[in-house]
Ligand binder design. Structure first.
Ligand code: NAP
Ligand code: F7E
Length: 343
């Protein structure tokens, strides 16, 4: 019998890479998707549609993390061996506009899932992964950040993630649930949402290169982040659930770079002078900012034997090359039809 995994947030960046990984490992993968008025499964369509790759091993179920009874029903029906809770309102800037919603979906939904595990009688059988975040360190108390660094979140998103983190720890301690937190630092890829800064930069720079866009408007260029590669990081999620004992781990590259560094590296790869194209827009500033993140993944290396291979320069290259391909397709389509169409 193949192992059965349930992924919340399967249509997101990480969910799509994780689904791919688990299907490769022979899992039966179930994902919860939201009903939307337009298609929202672009990132997993290739897995769903190609029967030669994964056939009937990927199953999608409509549901919403705000809907506790639906979650409980799904757990009763599916009885998964592993649950990866990746679903969230994951945009930090948006969390300032919608703090209550973010608290509900990113924070409180963790209770819904954890309680559903208990209600479905799965506490001793299931393994649970919580997508925790370096945003919990916020106004950092130590540099670099480790599992021991105290949290000081700086956004409603960060606060919701702290709540979810401690709930995960609490259910581990109170009910002996195999529940682990991956404290993942920023991780990016060609599948990154286009409003996160890295993808916004690579998308805009490549479109500028192809004559499809004139300017790139950004907020704070001084913020520093520890950026890794999403396709690699999802392996850590899986590895954490294969350990005998549940635990919490920082996953990071131990390098930090500013948003400005990311801009310069991208525009240099395309032979463009960034200062001609990048302008400031205060709308992208946050009411309170996280200035510096850099994670020390020593525990992950020591206990699980994992370390990242892709670092900053290679990551920028992977993303820029992928977005240049998209910009070329967009350019060709425009030449042929006179119509602007985003690919
Ligand atoms: P993402 O691309 O924004 O994906 C979020 C996923 O959550 C999407 O599938 C989204 O569905 C789903 N979702 C949102 N609201 C939902 C709701 N009410 N009910 C059900 N599903 C809902 O995020 P990501 O970058 O893959 O990140 C995955 C997880 O890791 C998130 O929890 C994020 O907060 C956390 N995290 C991310 C990073 C990072 O750097 N990427 C770092 C640390 C932690 P739709 O497609 O329908 O919107
Ligand atoms: O911002 C600055 C912004 O939105 C990075 C999420 O996946 O990682 C992500 O959160 C930095 C910030 O990511 C723009 O002020 C400047 O300092 O790409 P971001 P984030 O806020 O770090 C963590 C680990 C998560 O858990 C989250 O889910 O870039 N910045 N100008 C900008 N940011 C955006 N988005 N847009 C700009 O125009």
């Amino acid at each position: 019998m193949p192992k059965k995994a349930l992924i919340t947030g399967i249509t997101g960046q990480d969910g799509s890479y994780l689904a791919e990984l688990l299907l490769e490992k022979g899992y039966e993968v179930h994902g919860i998707i939201r009903r939307a008025s337009t298609f929202n499964t672009d990132r997993i369509d290739h897995l769903y549609r190609d029967p030669h790759v994964n056939g009937s091993k990927l199953h999608l179920h409509y549901g919403d993390l705000a809907d506790g009874s639906r979650i409980t029903k799904l757990l009763y029906e599916l009885k998964p061996d592993e649950i990866y809770n990746l679903g969230a309102q994951s945009h930090v800037r948006v969390s300032f506009d919608s703090p209550e919603y973010t608290g509900d979906v990113t924070g409180l939904s963790t209770v819904r899932l954890l309680e559903a595990i208990r209600e479905a009688g799965l506490t001793q059988d299931v393994r649970y992964y919580q997508a925790s975040s370096s945003e919990m360190f916020g106004k950092v108390q130590h540099v670099p950040q480790t599992e021991e660094t105290p949290f000081w979140p700086r956004s409603p998103y960060g606060c919701a993630k702290v709540f979810a983190f401690w709930l995960t720890v609490n259910y581990r301690e109170a009910y002996n649930l195999h529940a682990s937190n991956g404290i993942l630092f920023n991780h990016e890829s060609p599948r990154r949402g286009e409003t996160f800064v890295t993808r916004k930069i690579t998308r805009a720079a490549t479109r500028i290169k192809m004559g499809l866009q004139d300017k790139l408007y950004l907020g704070n260029l001084d913020a520093q982040r520890d950026w890794g590669y999403a396709k690699e990081y999802v392996e850590v999620m899986w590895l954490m659930l294969q350990q005998d004992k549940p635990d919490d781990y920082v996953c990071a590259t131990n390098e930090t770079h500013s948003v400005r560094d990311f801009v310069i590296e991208t525009f240099n790869l395309l032979d463009l002078d960034w200062e001609k194209y990048v302008d400031y827009d205060k709308r992208y500033e946050r009411p309170s900012e996280v200035d510096l993140l850099i994670g020390d993944p020593a525990k992950l290396k020591k206990q699980i034997g994992w370390e990242p291979k892709v670092k900053f320069k290679e990551l920028v290259k992977i993303m820029t090359e992928a977005d240049l391909e998209l910009a070329k397709q967009e350019h060709a389509y425009k030449e042929a039809t006179g119509v602007n169409k985003s690919f």
